[in-house]
Ligand binder design. Structure first.
Ligand code: F6R
Length: 609
């Protein structure tokens, strides 16, 4: 998704902004640009389609010296990803510059009005209209003009604006798209993401919906849409910029796959006691409403949806309540009947996914108790929920999720156990058995990594396949979906995730020597049934790759390649079984030479519908 970075202060803004953009590259983008008000008062703008390197070479290593500027990475929503549509955008007078993340829904109407009033708009973007609206409203006070312009705009936005006539002032505002203010020593920053400014300051203000931030080098004032002051706390972020770097790994994704033991440790610590008792204190605000629940709805997208399938199974098994997971974009327009006895659990690593936030907000309006599960402090989803559980997985930079999947599964399982215990439907013995498996999970994940050392190499042998069929049954089915998604995302090879029993109802016709079957065959109550389905595929010449539990002595008879993972509590199986499949996807991507960390057409955080 788009990225914003802005600076006002005594240092040279150009290099700070370009470095900020580099830290935002992971978000996925198709063009980049920078605007500076140079020390001589001239506005300097450069923007280029493609990667940041294109912008850098257009700049030829030089930007005019300036104490203020804005920069942007764009992920196209309106208009092609070309130089003209890249941000920043400028008004007719060449004085006002705007960068924007999100979508202005009524931009056609706004553009038509502006053109009718004599403005010349040169791009196809919704953002450019904002620059001209600010121009119309400007009467010497940039903050007042931005507030007035935003009054006419509907949609989702995080914007940053500067005016050549006020060369130490940046104005930012947000609605349904994240924007943070960084407070330095005699300098301030605006950013879509703390990663962009973390090397300069770890003191940030997470702006809230409708906030307008007026930044000067010496400080920031936050006001609401009515112009009234808003008190916003300054948070200290303990992620170092180094934590967001690749370490010794070739790709962020590989680093993050290997960080899973540590991420799981952080995720579980404080929630499972040494004796195996599970305590999820964050559940406190909804605890009084748990006894009256009639069912549970989980809402999420992509990888978070796959983790939610595990969460729904755990909840249903332990509470006896109907529980199901639904993809956010489906839930949004065909919502199930919701009432105050329906618990809604919204799962989103970024906490900013529009397709997850909208149904969550709708459920809140229906009076449902809401629990959010996210990795991102200060994210939009946290404001929709009464209770929030953070994954504590640390920053995930690669577009394809890895450690946030495994920590989502662990968090949802702990949440399910805590809810069932509160309702009196989970016995102490069951709880502590689960708790002990959770405590053992970080070491088990490390063992899964150790057992998977050969997987990337093995993947190379399969990389030329036409497609892949991933199958699982019961608790292993979500892992099949997630394994297929990982492969599709980063290697661009077609892969399907299917419940193994469904193979014979259609997809078995795809299987042949060029379409391997990947079976998630870890220990489960339906292991034997799954093996029968695998045999059906094998009979069609499909090569079989199996992920199985250590100690499974017969799996070698049914598979061409076997990767073992440690045994664990059945409901936690996905946490370990996905590890070799993440590495398999990585290996196929490497062999095919794709962009592992920033796969084409994808963005890390999808803040548009
Ligand atoms: C998969 C992936 C996406 C996200 C989905 C939801 O690797 O990254 O499928 O899982 O876009 O994102 P969040 O969890 O941020 O809501």
């Amino acid at each position: 998704m788009c990225g914003i970075v802005g600076y006002t202060g005594p240092r040279d803004a150009g290099p700070i902004l370009l470095e900020g953009l580099r830290h935002l590259e992971y978000r996925g983008y198709d063009s980049a640009g920078i605007a500076l008000v140079a020390d001589d008062g001239e506005l300097f703008v450069e923007k280029r389609a493609g990667k940041l390197a294109n912008l850098r070479s257009a700049l030829n290593g030089r930007t005019p010296h300036a104490g203020i500027g804005l920069a942007h990475t764009r992920w196209a929503t309106h208009g092609r990803p070309d130089d003209r549509n890249a941000h920043p955008h400028v008004d007719c007078s060449g004085a006002i510059t705007v960068v924007h993340n999100g979508i202005i829904e009524n931009f056609r109407e706004l553009r038509d009005g502006l053109v009718a009033r004599g403005h010349v708009l040169v791009s196809e973007t919704d953002t450019e209209a904002l620059a001209h609206l600010v121009e119309e409203a400007y009467a010497g006070d940039l903050a007042a003009a931005v507030r007035s312009a935003l009054g006419a705009a509907h949609g989702a936005y995080a914007i940053a604006v500067m005016h050549r006539a006020e060369p130490d002032r940046l104005v930012g505002s947000r609605m349904n798209v994240p924007l943070v203010v960084g407070i330095g020593e005699g300098e301030t920053f605006l950013a879509s993401d703390v990663a962009a400014i973390l090397e300069h300051t770890n003191r940030v203000i997470f702006l809230e919906e409708g906030d307008l931030a007026d930044l000067r080098p010496w400080g920031v004032t936050v006001t609401g849409p009515d112009g009234g002051p808003r008190e916003r706390p300054v948070s200290r972020i303990d992620w170092t910029p180094e934590a967001a770097e690749k370490g010794g790994y070739a790709h962020f994704m590989l680093k993050e796959i290997h960080e899973q033991p540590q991420a799981l440790r952080q995720c579980i610590s404080g929630r499972v006691r040494r004796d195996g008792r599970i305590r999820v204190e964050e559940l406190g605000p909804v605890a009084p409403r748990l006894a009256a629940l009639s069912r549970v709805e989980l809402v999420a997208c992509g990888t978070a949806y796959h983790a939610s399938l595990v969460g729904a199974a755990a909840l249903q098994a332990w509470t006896g309540l109907p529980a199901r997971a639904t993809v956010g974009s489906e839930f949004r327009y065909s919502p199930p009947p919701l009432d105050p006895t329906t618990l809604v659990i919204a799962v989103s690593q970024s906490g900013e996914t529009a397709d997850t936030i909208a149904p969550t907000r709708y459920a809140r309006e229906q009076g449902c108790p809401i629990v959010a599960v996210t990795n991102t402090v200060g994210s939009a989803i946290t404001r929709e929920a009464e209770a929030v559980l953070f994954l504590q997985a640390g920053p995930e930079i690669a577009v394809a999720a890895s450690k946030t999947f495994t920590t989502q599964v662990a968090t949802l399982v702990m949440l399910a156990a805590a809810i069932a215990r509160e309702r009196g439907s989970l016995g102490v013995e069951e709880e502590t058995a689960l708790g002990r498996s959770l405590l053992a999970l970080p070491a088990a994940a490390q063992r899964a990594l150790d057992l998977s050392v050969g997987v990337a190499g093995m993947a190379g042998r399969y990389a030329g396949s036409r497609g892949f069929m991933f199958v699982g049954r019961g608790t292993t089915f979500p892992t099949a979906l997630e394994g297929a998604l990982k492969l599709k995302e980063i290697s661009y090879v077609h892969a399907e995730g299917y419940p193994a029993g469904e193979l014979k109802h259609g997809p078995i016709s795809l299987l042949d020597a060029d379409c391997p079957l990947v079976a998630v065959a870890t220990r489960s109550t339906v292991y034997d049934k799954l093996i029968s389905n695998v045999m059906e595929g094998r009979a069609r010449d499909a090569r079989v790759i199996a992920v199985a539990s250590e100690g499974d002595e017969q799996i070698g008879r049914f598979a061409d390649d076997v990767v073992l993972v440690p045994d664990t509590h059945e409901i936690l199986g996905a946490v370990l079984a996905i590890v070799p499949l993440q590495l398999f996807a990585y290996g196929v991507a490497l062999a095919r030479g794709t962009d592992v960390d920033q796969p084409r057409n994808l963005a890390k955080s999808v803040t548009v519908e």
